[in-house]
Design a binder for this molecule. Structure first.
Ligand code: GLY
Length: 249
């Protein structure tokens, strides 16, 4: 498996935030976390391609929102935040050839959850119903819309642990579309642990959530904590920081 990631610009301090009342981000800390994240991907055997940072685009490390790979097909998305549209050029070049979402539609990859050959897409402030309808017509796997309630992206609140099970932060998204699956709720006080990155042989979990780590390990998952607290303050998570693709470069 291959992963596309993008380095952290100094301009990260000006990234998109829905909560503006917070201390400035520490770019040095974010860069250290990014290095740890890349190391964790490589330790899992992934071929990691690192794109250079783009100072004109503070959110550029969050590559997941810009591109999607479904059933081996690469799709270039239109991020919902207008400030993020310019992130596409470098990602488009790295993921050529690809299908391009038409202008006028907006959809963040953070709203796309794939499990058991199905594609769930969050209706969020970033992803429109029209874009979800376009995606449903463009790909073969069935697409199911999900209402996102209290979080930025669908995968902020729910992610797949395997082909039958999801980790869910209660109340964050509508659970009804996931009736065919088992939902495990994050333990009290650990709702931010719901964004797990599923790799072929392990799960990466945000560091600092001991009850969730214990819960996952007790259920037999090889869950590994990764420090990501500074990115969490940038309203980003483990899945945000990479696009996973089959094969090597
Ligand atoms: N800062 C992450 C985002 O808003 O896309």
């Amino acid at each position: 498996m291959r992963a596309l990631v993008r380095s952290v610009p100094d301009s990260l301090v000006r990234c998109e935030l829905t909560c503006i009342d917070r201390a400035p981000l520490d770019v040095g800390a974010a860069r250290r976390e990014h290095a740890g994240y890349v190391a964790a991907l490589r330790e899992a055997g992934l071929d990691v391609q690192v794109l250079p940072a783009d100072e004109d685009h503070p959110d550029c490390p969050f590559v997941e929102d810009v591109a999607l790979v479904v059933a081996g097909r690469r799709i270039l998305l239109n991020p919902g935040a207008p400030s993020r549209r310019g992130e596409r050029a470098a990602v488009a070049a790295a993921l050529s050839p690809h299908l391009r979402m038409p202008e006028g539609l907006s959809l963040d990859g953070g709203d796309v959850l794939q499990i058991a050959g199905r594609v769930f897409v969050g209706r969020s402030t970033r992803s429109s119903a029209a874009a979800i309808a376009w995606l449903a017509a463009a790909i073969d796997p069935p697409v199911t819309p999900v209402d996102v309630r209290t979080v930025l992206h669908l995968k902020t609140g729910i992610t797949a642990l395997d082909e039958r099970t999801l980790l869910w932060s209660s109340g964050s998204v509508d659970p009804a579309p996931f009736d065919d699956f088992e939902l495990i709720a994050t333990p009290p006080g650990e709702s931010a642990a719901a964004n797990v990155l599923r790799l072929p042989d392990r799960l990466l979990l945000s560091d600092g959530f001991p009850s969730t780590l214990q819960l996952l390990r007790e259920r037999g998952y090889d869950a590994r904590p990764v420090a990501i607290a500074e990115f969490a303050r940038a309203e980003a998570g483990l899945t945000c920081l990479s696009v996973l693709l089959p094969g090597d470069r």
